[in-house]
Design a protein around this ligand. Structure first.
Ligand code: F3S
Length: 393
């Protein structure tokens, strides 16, 4: 890989051992993927934050980097942790886990990372521009930033996003290059999606059928922000979709029309959605109702508040969101709390230690959440929000 004089000196240690180590990581990664050079990136979004996934080994690696002097030089935000950093006792998180989680966040803070702890950084002001090169992890956020915003990132990992944050650089390959952003299959939707759950289902089906391709999707209707985030999250979960184009929906779709001739086509109909839903649905007796995967928007909290106002959810309704959105949603959160619902920040149903918290069954409108919870051995049900909470709005 070509390195500029300055990059060579960074690799040799001119900016300290932490930068040298991170340069080594980026160069190795670039060599594996045949990158010709490194390029500057505007921002990073770092995954691998929950103590549930990191454990002491992961925490040790992070601490080692901080001890070597790793410090971010571009904006860097964090993905969800394993608990609400203030309300973990109320959540039922074990103390030992909480202590480990606090140590993880402290290490990231030492490196200068913003402890946002959300998978929707684009909802709280970390929103790149069309064409920006960034280094983001968290597959749902990658799908959103690449497709809906039109910025450019590969599906990065925790360590590579830290390397980019510390050096300000990323290897130039994959979705960073024009030619790799072109679609290679057309998806025609035969059933007009109506609910956020419909979009989540379609994303899940596309991921399952198409793996890591770049789909060009026609007849998507007019998806809301909520539907767009749910769609990408599901597509990235069942397959490895990191970029998609939606006709009349995403910013690069028009330019991609020039590359559609001769592409294979698949169709998705109502029957496929029912089948996908049934695949993750079991008869449940007393489920936790879990919403906010990806993290809930202000609009979602408003909708939930309207549906549960004056009812008693008995602690069985859990909604996960970012601190930024939580801070704006005071009146809705008050209503949800009064109805016996719970709203937590910094974490989610997948990265919190929910097995240790006693969860056995979950009902959700998110295919991503259901997919992971089922793979962790919980019983799941997929439903629309009106099926979960009733029709009052
Ligand atoms: Fe976000 Fe957790 Fe879902 S990180 S996308 S809420 S699994």
């Amino acid at each position: 890989m070509y390195l500029s004089k300055h990059e060579e000196t960074m690799l040799e240690g001119s900016e300290g051992p932490a930068v040298a180590k991170m340069m080594e990581l980026l160069v190795t990664l670039g060599d594996v993927f045949g990158a010709g050079k490194l390029i500057p990136v505007e921002s990073a979004h770092i995954s691998g934050v929950s103590y549930k996934n990191l454990g002491e080994a992961g925490l040790g690696w992070l601490r080692e980097q901080a001890d070597l002097g790793a410090e971010v030089r571009i904006r860097a935000t964090l993905n969800p942790a394993g608990m609400d950093m203030d309300k973990w006792v109320e959540m039922g998180v074990p103390t030992e886990f909480a202590e480990g989680q606090k140590r993880v966040i402290d290490v990231f803070k030492r490196m200068g990372v913003e402890s946002t702890c959300t998978c929707t950084p684009y909802l709280i002001g970390h929103r790149p521009e069309l064409g920006d090169q960034v280094a983001w992890a968290e597959s749902s956020a990658v799908c959103y930033v690449n497709s809906v915003i039109g910025a450019r990132t590969n599906r990065e990992s925790g360590p590579t996003t830290i390397a980019s944050a510390v050096t300000g650089l990323a290897a130039f390959y994959g979705y960073r290059m024009n030619e790799n952003r072109r679609p290679n299959v057309i998806v025609d939707l035969l059933h007009k999606p109506v609910s956020t759950m419909d979009y989540s289902a379609i994303g899940y089906i596309i991921g399952k059928r198409l793996g890591t391709t770049v789909p060009y999707i026609r007849d998507m209707g007019n998806p809301s922000t909520e539907s767009l985030k749910a769609f990408g999250a599901a597509a990235a979960t069942s397959g490895g979709i990191g970029l998609w184009h939606g006709e009349n929906v995403t910013p690069e779709a028009d330019a991609m029309k020039a590359y559609l001739d001769g592409l294979d086509k698949i169709t998705i109909g109502h029957g496929d959605i029912i089948e996908a839903k049934e695949g993750l649905t079991r008869p449940l007796s007393d489920p936790e109702i879990v919403l906010g995967c990806p993290h809930a928007t202000l609009g979602e909290l408003k909708e939930v508040a309207a549906r549960v106002k004056g009812r008693n959810m008995n602690g069985k309704l859990w909604i996960f969101t970012s601190r930024g959105v939580y801070g704006e949603a005071g009146e809705y959160i008050k209503v949800i709390h009064e109805a016996g619902g719970r709203v937590y920040r910094d974490t989610c149903m997948v990265v919190a230690p929910v097995e240790e918290m006693g969860w056995k069954q979950v009902a959700t409108n998110s295919f991503k959440a259901a997919h992971y919870m089922a793979s962790h051995g919980l019983e799941t049900r997929i439903s629309t929000i009106s099926e979960l909470l009733g029709d009052r709005r």
